[in-house]
Design a protein around this ligand. Structure first.
Ligand SMILES: Nc1nc2c(ncn2[C@@H]2O[C@H](COP(=O)(O)OP(=O)(O)OP(=O)(O)O)[C@@H](O)[C@H]2O)c(=O)[nH]1
Length: 237
């Protein structure tokens, strides 16, 4: 019995293929899998690749997906972008509001990440209060627009506890791999992580990336942000 699909197919998307057999037999439309235990196996597989708190993909799935997407970049010449997101001063949220409220903030952040990204993007919890999104076939310019939209949505969201409410912010680092560029998945992660560090160390609540021209560093703000929004206003699915 083997799972042949490279990408996860949630059990809800499976079709029951043969009721007459009287057993739990399912036919996966993506991978053509046919097995009496396929549904149970897919549920198990989903658990193995999912972060239980946020429902996003976990670190294990992130690493294997990034390798696949970087291979795809070489084959298709379409760039792959990477977005690393870290909540600002999250320790204070736990300290002031408690761990359970902290968990609610992580869930909210996961929901916002899913809302602003596309279905084919790969949204993962990297660990703790850090998230990472792989954006296949996405230039750095487009990724910066998505990141800025996410940063804004986090900043604008109210977290309500009883009759009180508070806000959180996020810092975001971006990197991109172009088809002709060499380097490992770890290099791409390090590059996004370095940018995230820059976003944190230069004030937080901002998106940071090495600019569209090599070696040029940039943050998205003011007029540039407006121009980006205008150029890619039809980007959202
Ligand atoms: N509620 C909750 N807290 C978590 C979880 N995982 C990690 N944390 C907390 O996240 C906090 C991260 O704190 P720091 O690494 O100091 O970072 P920070 O306070 O966000 O500060 P900066 O990143 O520098 O802005 C720690 O207090 C961890 O305990 C989790 O699953 N749930």
């Amino acid at each position: 019995m083997a799972l042949r699909s490279q990408h996860a197919t949630p059990p809800s998307r499976l079709k029951k293929s043969d009721k007459a057999l009287g057993i739990n037999q399912f036919d996966c439309p993506k991978c053509g899998l046919l097995s009496p235990w396929a549904n149970e196996l897919l549920t198990l597989r989903e658990q193995v690749i999912t972060d239980p708190l946020t429902g996003l993909f976990n670190l294990r799935y992130f690493r294997s997906s990034l390798d696949i997407e970087l291979e795809r970049t070489v084959r298709t010449t379409m760039p792959t972008s990477l977005m690393m997101i870290d909540l600002d001063h999250f320790k204070q949220v736990n300290d002031v509001w408690g761990h359970e409220v902290g968990n609610q903030v992580l869930k909210l952040t996961a929901r916002l990440i899913k809302q602003v990204t596309r279905q084919l993007d790969i949204q993962c919890r990297y660990g703790g209060e850090e998230f990472v999104v792989i954006l296949p076939s996405t230039s750095l310019l487009m990724a910066s627009q998505v990141a800025e939209r996410l940063r804004e949505q986090v900043e604008e969201s109210d977290i309500t506890v009883g009759d009180q409410s508070f806000k959180v912010t996020a810092s975001i680092g971006l990197s991109v791999r172009l088809a002709h560029e060499k380097g490992t998945a770890s290099d791409l992660i390090k590059s996004a992580d370095d940018c995230l560090y820059q976003a944190k160390s230069t004030g937080r609540n901002q998106v940071f990336f090495k600019g569209f021209e090599p070696e040029e560093e940039a943050t998205v703000s003011g007029d540039e942000k407006e121009a980006l929004m205008g150029m890619f206003s039809d980007y959202q699915d």
